[in-house]
Design a protein around this ligand. Structure first.
Ligand SMILES: [Zn+2]
Length: 223
C-alpha cells in the first residue's frame, strides 16, 4: 500500500521537506505544542490562538496547502487544530466537551483564489479537525467574501480593514444550520494565518450580528 501511495502522493514532508514521508514525526510534534495567544492589531473581540508563529513547518505547510496543491496536508493540519482545541478546553478557554456543541467556521477566502487553487485548504483542514473531535462537532462553511476584495499582501492594517469591511457575508446555508443562534452552540472561527486580524474581526462581527456565540479564533500560524 505504501508503495502504491508513493506513486500518487508526494513523498516529501510538507513541513520540512524531508524525503520519504508526507508529514514527519518532528513536524507533527512541532505542531502539537500548546497554542499561543495572539494579539492582532485589529482586535476581533474574542481570544485569538495560533499553533505557533508563521515560520518553520507551519509556514511551509500553509503555503504548500494553499499554493502547491498539497491537499494531503489538511490531515496533519486538521489534527493539530483538533489538538489545540483539546488544550484550550483543558485551559477552560473553551467549554468542556459535551457542555455545548462545537461549531467550526472556516474563515472566508476570496472565491476566485480558492477555485484557482482547486478548493479551499482552510475548509479542508477544518473538516479534518472536526473528524478528530467529538461526533456532534459541526463544520459551518457559512462565510464568504464578496467580489471586490483585493489580495491583502502588502496592505497595512487600516487598508486591510478597509478592504474587508462589509465584504464578508453570511451564506444562505446559515439558515439551514441547526439553531445557529442558540447559546448551546460554541462557535470557533478557524483560519490558516492571522496577520492584522482584519479578516477575523470582520468574520466574528458578522457571525455575532447573526446571533452566533463566538468563543475564539484559532489559526495555524500568526504572522
Ligand atoms: Zn517534517
Amino acid at each position: 500500500m505504501r508503495t502504491l501511495l508513493d506513486l500518487v502522493l508526494p513523498a516529501e514532508c510538507g513541513g520540512c521537506g524531508v524525503q520519504g514521508t508526507q508529514w514527519c514525526e518532528r513536524c507533527r510534534r512541532s505542531l502539537a505544542d500548546a497554542p499561543i495567544a495572539v494579539t492582532p492589531r485589529v482586535d476581533p473581540g474574542v481570544p485569538v490562538w495560533a499553533l505557533g508563529p508563521y515560520s518553520g513547518p507551519r509556514r511551509r505547510a500553509v503555503i504548500a496547502a494553499k499554493e502547491r496543491g498539497r491537499r494531503d496536508l489538511a490531515v496533519p493540519l486538521g489534527a493539530a487544530l483538533a489538538g489545540a482545541i483539546g488544550v484550550l478546553r483543558q485551559w477552560g478557554e473553551l467549554g468542556p466537551e459535551g457542555s455545548s456543541r462545537l461549531c467550526l467556521v472556516p474563515a472566508p477566502t476570496r472565491a476566485r483564489a480558492a477555485r484557482a487553487r482547486g478548493g479551499d485548504p482552510v475548509l479542508r483542514a477544518v473538516r479534518a479537525a472536526a473528524s478528530g473531535l467529538e461526533a456532534d462537532c459541526r463544520v459551518w462553511p457559512v462565510l464568504s467574501m464578496r467580489r471586490g476584495v483585493r489580495d491583502s499582501v502588502g496592505l497595512s492594517a487600516a487598508q486591510r480593514q478597509d478592504n474587508i469591511g462589509g465584504r464578508i457575508v453570511l451564506e444562505r446555508s446559515w439558515s439551514r444550520m441547526p439553531d445557529p443562534g442558540r447559546r448551546r452552540n460554541e462557535v470557533v472561527l478557524v483560519d490558516d494565518v492571522v496577520t492584522t486580524g482584519a479578516t477575523s474581526a470582520e468574520s466574528v462581527r458578522v457571525l455575532r450580528s447573526a446571533g452566533a456565540r463566538v468563543a475564539a479564533v484559532i489559526v495555524v500560524a500568526a504572522a
